[in-house]
Design a protein around this ligand. Structure first.
Ligand code: GLU
Ligand code: MG
Length: 636
């Protein structure tokens, strides 16, 4: 989750003193990069996935599963056996927020060849394999979005008591600081978010009200000094620490575009797709040992890193702060970046006016200037004593400091200084899936979408306020089958290239009219609906039919698209729905919304077997057809 500098982290009070310094030099660093590489063209398509994992420890005698807190050690071993001795090693490993988490990516980015799609799953398999060689027999690597009993007593190994009275990182009633990655970045972020906000973060997730769930559902909290009782809402699962959000796992994809304008176009087009794919990937129905009424982690993470003060949240008149801010640092994007997007950018945008004027004066166009000036309303959250004074022509730490703590659905990434990397965009909303097959399927689906967006000059743009409404719907329970989403009806902009000379209609100044988009089900959006919408999968199939693809790769892609198609139609379950049904049918489940230790153990044991291919799960994954040579599937 971003920049990892070594050094002595400053307290919030100290960091605050340097906020303007970081912003000023951050902007200078951005301008230096921009001026050097703004005209770069003809970079080639490159892309890569990031999978976040949790380390589990099973106690089969006690029928208990815990999160294993030795991520740093595992990471060190993985790097020592991999990238540290071989620059071409096929995998790369990075730390993540939890000390029970690690993140894996391919060693080299994938390129523009169709056959690359056939190697994604294999590479994910290698990652699991590398980790399994290090883990002990009862330990396992799990790609699950949220650990159902995160924050319940004894959820880690070794076990630790939370320390709500100690002025360390979280002060959580539930989440011990030992479960936070030991690299100082993570505990500093946690503490500084809390200090900046002026109180602990507050996460309230609606509980799923089952037959025997108390109504109203109200908890009493041990060791509470009153803050929890005030913050917890009735009929909600209350959580009070960054770890409840950033301690969840996701699946991300980053693309290098051939130019800055292509990157800006992809950023906008994919932003509209975020809620749709989020709903399709839903995998996190349980929080702190309870069944919730949501299926996705997004809002939980947003609340878990919400460093806005009461003034900024609009609860008190502005006195010490500059702005009211409508969203957390972790949330959906607030403005489009391409010319075609301009007329659909209908959200009120808080910007740093001085930074905006400076950027304009330096020749940055309005859309990019407001994007950066919006990101830069935030304060830096971590700063290292050794990294305060930098050479702005060679380094970008201050820019990255602000950029990498704006965790939005999409991220627009300028190249690092003095590198041969091009302009990139990151697609960030997806929940991680249980198996490599599913994760590869979602990744390939998204990458193929970028191919058709560019080749067919597709246009998915709708007002951003509608995209935000979609994002809310996407997180609801069973949104895939029950949610209705605003989507553009006519996605073909015949003859008007989306990139560069961008969309003639926008330039003619035609107002957006409600006729351009309508409410559709995910099934209609993905699979099409006669007379209404062609469907994304039929569009992809059309594209594939015109491409040279070897038989084996085609078979792999078809299986991936089949998974997406059937998840969209409801024929296959999302992970969230599957987990809910598993719990509902568990003999110990008392229809009281409680995930007991035993239920959690059985559920994660089952998940483990599925992800290792020891057991089939056709209702979740289907029955992929295999060609002779394609990679092993869990079903085989
Ligand atoms: N784990 C976070 C999520 O689930 C993402 C952290 C990152 O940006 O790497 O969205
Ligand atoms: Mg990450």
């Amino acid at each position: 989750m971003g920049l990892l500098s070594q050094g002595s982290p400053l307290s919030w009070e100290e960091t605050k003193q340097y906020a303007d310094h970081v912003r000023k030099h951050g902007i200078q660093q951005f301008l230096n990069i921009y001026n050097k590489v703004k005209d770069r063209q003809k970079d080639v398509l490159k892309w890569g996935d990031e999978v976040e994992y949790m380390l589990l420890s099973f106690d089969h005698k006690k029928q208990k599963v815990q999160l294993l807190l030795n991520g740093s050690e595992i990471l060190q071993t993985l790097q020592d056996r991999g990238e540290h001795i071989n620059p071409n090693h096929p995998t790369l490993w990075r730390p993540e927020y939890g000390s029970y988490m690690i993140e894996g990516t391919p060693g080299q980015p994938y390129g523009g060849m169709m056959s690359d799609f056939n190697t994604v799953e294999d590479n994910m398999g290698k990652r699991r394999q590398e980790v399994s060689l290090i883990l002990k027999e009862n330990q396992s690597l799990a790609s699950i979005t949220s650990f159902p009993r995160l924050g319940c007593p004894g959820f880690t190994l070794p076990e630790y008591e939370p320390t709500p009275v100690d002025e360390r990182a979280s002060k959580s009633l539930f989440f011990p600081d030992e479960a936070i990655n030991h690299h100082p970045r993570f505990s500093t972020l946690t503490r500084n978010i809390r200090h900046r906000r002026g109180e602990k973060v507050v996460i309230n997730v609606p509980i799923f009200s089952d037959k025997n769930t108390p109504s109203p559902f109200v908890e009493t909290f041990q060791n509470d000094d009153g803050e929890a009782t005030r913050a917890a809402k009735p009929d909600h699962i209350y959580m009070d620490a960054m770890g409840f959000g950033m301690g969840n796992c996701c699946l991300q994809v980053t693309f290098q575009a051939c130019s800055i304008s292509e990157a800006r176009c992809l950023y906008d087009q994919l932003a509209t797709i975020c809620p749709i794919v989020m709903a399709l990937s839903a995998a996190s129905p349980f929080y702190r040992g309870y069944v919730s009424n949501i299926d996705c982690r997004w809002g939980v993470i947003a609340a878990s890193v919400d460093d806005r003060t009461r003034e900024e949240r609009g609860l008190e008149p502005l006195k010490n702060n500059k702005y009211r801010i409508s969203k957390s640092r972790y949330d959906s994007i607030d403005s489009y970046l391409s010319k075609c997007g301009e007329k659909y950018s209908d959200l009120p945008l808080t910007i740093d006016k001085d930074i905006y004027s400076l950027l304009i004066k330096e020749g940055i166009d309005h859309l990019l200037a407001q994007h950066i000036a919006h990101l830069f309303i935030r304060d830096p959250l971590t700063l290292y004593e050794e990294k305060i004074h930098l050479d702005d022509t060679k380094e970008s730490d201050h820019f990255e400091n602000i950029q990498s703590t704006n965790w939005q659905t999409m991220r627009f990434k300028p190249p690092p200084p003095n590198s041969d990397i091009g302009w990139r965009v990151e697609f960030r909303p997806m929940e991680v899936q249980l198996t490599d097959f599913e994760n590869a399927a979602y990744v390939v689906f998204v990458v193929l979408l970028t191919r058709v967006i560019l080749s067919y000059k597709l246009d998915f743009l709708i007002p951003l306020s509608k995209v935000d409404e979609n994002l809310k719907v996407a997180q609801k329970r069973d949104a895939v089958r029950q949610g209705m989403f605003y989507f553009r009806k006519d996605i073909y902009r015949a003859g008007s290239p989306v990139v560069d000379g961008c969309c003639t209609t926008a330039q003619n100044g035609i107002e957006t009219d409600a006729e351009e988009y309508t409410l559709m089900s995910i099934d209609a959006i993905i699979n099409g609906k006669e007379g209404v919408f062609p469907g994304l999968i039929p569009t992809l199939n059309n594209y594939l039919a015109n491409m040279e693809v070897d038989v084996d790769t085609r078979c792999t892609i078809l299986n991936y698209l089949k998974l997406i198609k059937k998840r969209a139609s409801g024929e296959l379950m999302t992970m969230a729905r599957w987990m809910r049904e598993y719990v509902a049918q568990h003999p110990d489940y008392k229809q009281d919304s409680v995930i007991t230790e035993k239920i959690n153990y059985d559920l994660l044991t089952k998940c483990d077997q599925i992800s290792k291919g020891f057991c089939k799960c056709p209702e979740l994954i289907g029955e992929p057809v295999t060609s002779k040579t394609s990679a092993k599937r869990p079903q085989e």
